[in-house]
Design a protein around this ligand. Structure first.
Ligand SMILES: NC(=O)c1ccc[n+]([C@@H]2O[C@H](COP(=O)([O-])OP(=O)(O)OC[C@H]3O[C@@H](n4cnc5c(N)ncnc54)[C@H](OP(=O)(O)O)[C@@H]3O)[C@@H](O)[C@H]2O)c1
Length: 255
């Protein structure tokens, strides 16, 4: 399978690095030149990455075209390109629908949307794909857990849910900063905080929401330390606010 990427920003760099370094993908990966510091870095690191300044040449050379430009750039970019019927187009752009892309890439009709994440570089993390596709799932399962989605509205809910990443990082960072403020060396504070959250995420892997709630009450000693923080944050409305914000994100994506 010959693959190419147009739009070499943050997320493409994570996905390409994951595919090659973690997934062992060893066929040619043709990448667009912009942003040149990233495309040059990928070509420096991996012998099978080729930088191509002309987007149409990328399309002409590959079977699967990954498009990872910003949502507002994507349709404009597709307007400038011609596709073959046998090609697969995979868009990572949030908000842009399969129908909007289909209008631009005719006669190609195999169009998919993905929500990759930075940790896919390390071979972990969910990758919702709409509509599902066994060939792409086989490729992408090298860098994460492929979640097939059969309904575009539901795809949007996964998109909204992925907006929690920065909040989690802030939680880990707040914990580390607080340790530092109490005199713990910065390196140890970050070691402790990241190991704590990593272990909890590992322990909770694939548990259902109800099972997670049990886990949360299991680690509570009645009247103990965890209970105090959970009750305080619940009373302050943290979790209701989080759900309300996810609703707002979903509205933003859907409109
Ligand atoms: N970052 C994430 O974690 C993440 C996760 C899932 C999905 N996404 C989606 O992925 C897309 C890219 O996100 P990002 O964070 O990687 O953004 P980004 O870092 O801004 O990357 C966008 C890239 O597209 C390039 N570009 C724009 N127009 C182009 C054109 N006509 N030809 C070739 N390259 C062009 C830009 O080059 P210049 O720098 O030269 O303008 C830039 O390198 C977005 O639609 C976003 O919604 C991102």
């Amino acid at each position: 399978m010959k693959i190419g990427f147009i739009g070499i920003g943050a997320i493409s760099e994570h996905v390409i690095t994951g595919l090659i370094q973690t997934g062992g993908f060893d066929e040619i990966v043709v990448v667009s030149e912009r942003s040149s510091h990233r495309s040059a870095r990928l070509a420096d690191r991996f012998t099978n990455v080729e930088v191509e300044p002309d987007n149409q040449t990328i399309v002409d050379r590959v079977d699967v075209v990954f498009v990872a430009t910003l949502p507002e750039q994507t349709l404009e970019l597709l307007d400038t390109l011609s596709f073959r019927q046998d090609q697969v187009i995979v868009s990572m752009a949030a908000i842009v629908s399969v129908e909007q892309i289909a209008e631009k890439v005719h006669p190609a009709s195999r169009i998919h949307r993905l929500i990759p994440m930075p940790p896919n570089e390390l071979g972990v993390g969910p990758i919702p794909i709409y509509p599902s596709c066994p060939d792409l799932a086989a490729l992408l399962s090298q860098i994460g857990t492929v979640i097939p989605v059969e309904d575009q509205q539901q795809f949007s809910t996964f998109s909204a849910s992925s907006a929690l990443m920065a909040t989690l990082f802030e939680l880990v960072a707040t914990n580390a900063r607080w340790l530092e403020s109490k005199g713990v060396a910065a390196e140890i504070a970050s070691q402790y905080s990241t190991a704590l959250f990593h272990s909890l995420a590992t322990q909770s892997k694939e548990l259902r929401a109800e099972e997670l709630r049990t886990l949360s009450t299991d680690c509570l000693t009645a009247g103990g330390l965890n209970e105090q923080v959970l009750n305080a944050t619940r009373d302050a409305g943290w979790y209701k606010e989080l759900e309300a914000e996810l609703d707002k994100i979903l509205d933003r994506i859907s409109s």
